[in-house]
Design a protein around this ligand. Structure first.
Ligand SMILES: NC(=O)c1ccc[n+]([C@@H]2O[C@H](COP(=O)([O-])OP(=O)(O)OC[C@H]3O[C@@H](n4cnc5c(N)ncnc54)[C@H](O)[C@@H]3O)[C@@H](O)[C@H]2O)c1
Length: 247
């Protein structure tokens, strides 16, 4: 069992966040489930503890630097270290590019782009002091291509991919790795019907992606088995991004 400690933002999420936490816990990570929805984080922690893992829930608003600092400080108080950070907290936005309001723009950028940067900025000093660290950001296939109404959301994820490469470059020599996982359409309660059509027409593989598939990719990138991998974009999308002219 690793004693390594990972903070997962948006870890209470019912679609992807919980799958990341479950995958990390299964690999022996101690998981700080950090979410603005504290009851959701507590529910995930209860499940992880039930499976014998070490986990703790914490309230986090990733758009608020003070809140991020509190989570970082509480984690260091509790465990004395932070080995990894997963930035999964995020929101969608479905509007034509010019129909979006300035408020939409600010909100989606604050959560999907500034939030991860703020968390990285606050966690990095602890990782640097510890001599190493690994960060995985959760992007989206929308970072790689256009789909109607996803315009501003896609822009935040493309920016996050660029941030990922920049952090990897800036801190690589000090043993910090930073990668991004781009999920395709992930199956979750309530979207099975819509997803069946998506799987049939927009994926190479015939089965729906589950949150644990995203979690397993994250767990690999955080592990020492991926020690030579940094600055990359890993698409966990059942082939969606690589398809051409059939959609
Ligand atoms: N669901 C998908 O099919 C899909 C596909 C591609 C990418 N993504 C990305 O995966 C990530 C997870 O999204 P999801 O849609 O699966 O949702 P999810 O169910 O995993 O939940 C997201 C979580 O983030 C939390 N959150 C939102 N804003 C926050 C903030 N400011 N501070 C702290 N926590 C906050 C929410 O409370 C929620 O628990 C997002 O970055 C999203 O863009 C999702």
């Amino acid at each position: 069992m690793s004693e390594s400690v990972c903070i997962v933002t948006g870890g209470g999420g019912v679609r992807i966040g919980n799958g990341i936490c479950r995958a990390l816990a299964a690999k022996g990570w101690t998981v700080v489930v950090a979410d603005q929805d504290l009851p959701a984080a507590e529910a995930v922690v209860e499940e992880l503890r039930g499976a014998g893992a070490h986990a703790v829930p914490m309230f986090l608003d990733a758009t608020d630097a003070d809140s991020v600092r509190e989570v970082v400080a509480a984690t260091v108080r509790e465990y004395g270290r932070i080995d990894a950070l997963v930035n999964s907290a995020g929101v969608g936005l479905r509007k034509l590019g010019a129909d979006a309001t300035p408020e939409d723009f600010d909100r989606v950028h604050a959560i999907n782009y500034r939030g991860p940067w703020t968390c990285i900025r606050e966690v990095l000093p602890v990782m640097l002091a510890g001599g190493s660290g690994s960060i995985v950001n959760i992007g989206s296939v929308h970072a790689a291509g256009a789909a109607e109404t996803f315009t501003l959301y896609a822009a935040t994820k493309a920016a996050l991919a660029a941030l990922t490469r920049g952090i990897a470059r800036d801190y690589g020599l000090r043993n910090i790795r930073c990668n991004i996982v781009h999920p395709g359409a992930v199956e979750s309660r309530g979207n099975e019907h819509l997803l069946a059509d998506f799987v049939a027409t927009k994926q190479m593989l015939p089965t729906a992606i589950e949150s644990i598939d995203i979690g397993n990719a994250v767990a690999f990138l955080l592990s020492t088995e991926a020690r030579a991998i940094t600055g990359i974009e890993l698409f966990v999308d059942a082939g969606t991004t690589a398809m051409l002219f059939e959609q």
